[in-house]
Structure formats: structure tokens, C-alpha cells
Design a protein around this ligand. Structure first.
Ligand code: GLN
Length: 269
């Protein structure tokens, strides 16, 4: 079978892993790099630490972190402007938790003072008033979620969350999924994540692309798309990744978080 994208090359940048590396989200860059190279795509994976110019890349992965480093990262990214320019030129941007929050209009510090985001996604984050959202997060993509192809909706997204921020999705962005276990965006509408164009934000750690390889392939398809449209990537043998998903879902079921058990039995959540 010919391998779409095999004559392409991609630069993947993990943004400021020295600031936003708390939750292992740097693994998202590794997953993208491996899944691209297994398909014959040339890959350069860059760990782009803070304090130096951000490289130009096809895909940027921004991870989660504490409030202070999130603010430092947003200030530096706003000041240098490379990420906004790259996104305007069609680069793919994945933001996780603090990385998701800083893609929006504003996000809070620990005292709920508002800090300016990068304005790449129509989302706004405030400090939640309830308990910190910590634990397994499972969410089912909504009809407005992005698709790998018309007939390939994303399967349920799984991972874990750990945040106090509550994110509201504005009309220029769309939520990704509906939560069946956990909190997600936390604004009371049961949504998780947001996306617009080629910018994708989520509260899912795991790393999210290790737990949800179909999402990794969606982002790779965006990055490899040509003027003829998105590239349909050749499937990979995901036996190990699917076993990990099964093991994590079994753990969620064992934890007694029954809404997800009901959902998986085909009942209404
Ligand atoms: N500090 C942010 C919050 O608590 C983000 C946390 C994270 O990235 N996991 O909402």
C-alpha cells in the first residue's frame, strides 16, 4: 500500500518542557514523532526550552504545569510571537491543561487574578470555586468534534485531569467532547476541551496522545494535509495502545465511577 505522507517531513516542537513538564505531557511530542516516522515521514522532534527563540514547527505541543510557570510561559510566548504566527500560517497546536488555558483569552493565577493568553482559541478560564478536579477523565466526542475523515469520528477520549481552572468555550471555538467521568472544562455544561481550525485544547493528561492514538493521527493528518485536503494516514498496529486503553477503562470501572460503566453498557450516562 502506498503510504500517504511518506515523502513529507515534519518538525514537532515540545514547547517549554522546562516550565510545562509537570504531567509528562512531553510524551505527546514523542508519540507524534514515532507515529509519523513509522509511516515513513521524516521527523525532527525539538525540546524547545524557555529562554531561547521558539523554533518554527509544523506541530507545537504545550503541556500542563503549575499556575506560575503557566503565566511565565504565556508571557514569553506572547512577547516573541512565533507561536501565534505559526498558528496563523496553519501550524497544528495541541495545548493540555495549563497549555490549553494559555491558548485562550485569559487564565487565572492562584488568587484568580487574570493573565492574558495567546488568543488562539475562543476560551476563557477562571478559578473554580469547588474542589480541584483530580482523577480519571473520560469524554465522548460530540458531533461537532473534529474527525479524521467523514466516516471516522474519534472514539471516547480517556486520560486523567488535575486542575483548578474552569474553562468556558466561546462561539468561535467548539467543545471536543461530553464528559462521562470526571470534570473536564468544568463550566457546568459537561463539556471537555475545545478546538478551532488546527488548534486543539484539552484537560486530558496521560499523555493524551499515548492514551488516544486516534487523536494523535488526527493531528498528524492536519499537519500533513495538502491543498487536496487532509491526508488519510495508513493505520498502524495499535494492539499495545488498545490494551492500555482497555486496562485504564477497567480501572475506571473498578473505581466505581458508575456513570462511565452505564455509558459503556450503552445506557444513557
Ligand atoms: N495550574 C492550572 C490549574 O490548576 C493547570 C494545571 C495543569 O496544567 N494540570 O488549573
Amino acid at each position: 500500500m502506498s503510504n500517504p505522507g511518506a515523502d513529507s517531513s515534519l518538525t514537532i516542537a515540545v514547547v517549554y518542557p522546562d516550565l510545562l513538564g509537570t504531567y509528562g505531557d512531553g510524551g505527546n511530542g514523542l508519540v507524534l514523532a514515532r507515529r509519523a516516522s513509522w509511516r515513513g515521514v521524516g521527523v525532527r522532534l525539538v525540546q524547545a526550552n524557555s529562554g531561547r527563540p521558539l523554533p518554527t514547527a509544523d506541530i507545537y505541543c504545550i503541556g500542563g504545569g503549575e499556575d506560575g510557570p503557566g503565566i511565565t510561559a504565556a508571557k514569553a510566548l506572547r512577547a516573541e510571537g512565533t507561536l501565534q504566527r505559526a498558528a496563523d500560517n496553519g501550524a497544528v497546536v495541541l495545548g493540555v491543561c495549563a497549555g490549553f488555558q494559555l491558548l485562550g483569552h485569559s487564565f487565572p493565577d492562584s488568587a484568580d487574578r487574570s493573565h492574558a493568553g495567546l488568543e488562539l482559541l475562543d476560551v476563557t478560564t477562571h478559578k473554580g470555586t469547588g474542589r480541584r478536579a483530580v482523577g480519571d477523565l473520560v469524554a465522548v466526542p460530540t458531533p461537532s468534534a473534529p474527525r479524521r475523515a467523514a466516516d471516522q469520528p474519534l472514539p471516547p477520549l480517556i486520560g486523567f485531569e488535575n486542575h483548578s481552572g474552569v474553562t468556558t468555550v466561546g462561539p468561535e471555538a467548539r467543545p471536543v467532547a461530553q464528559v462521562v467521568t470526571g470534570v473536564g472544562n468544568g463550566g457546568g455544561d459537561g463539556t471537555e476541551g475545545a478546538w478551532s481550525g488546527r488548534v486543539f485544547g484539552t484537560y486530558l493528561h496521560g499523555p493524551v496522545l499515548a492514551r488516544n492514538t486516534s487523536l494523535a493521527d488526527l493531528l498528524l493528518g492536519w499537519a500533513l494535509s495538502t491543498s487536496d485536503g487532509p491526508v488519510a494516514l495508513e493505520p498502524l498496529d495499535d494492539t499495545d495502545e488498545l490494551a492500555l486503553r482497555g486496562e485504564r477503562m477497567a480501572a475506571v470501572e473498578r473505581s466505581g465511577r458508575s456513570r462511565v460503566v452505564r455509558w459503556f453498557r450503552g445506557l444513557r450516562p
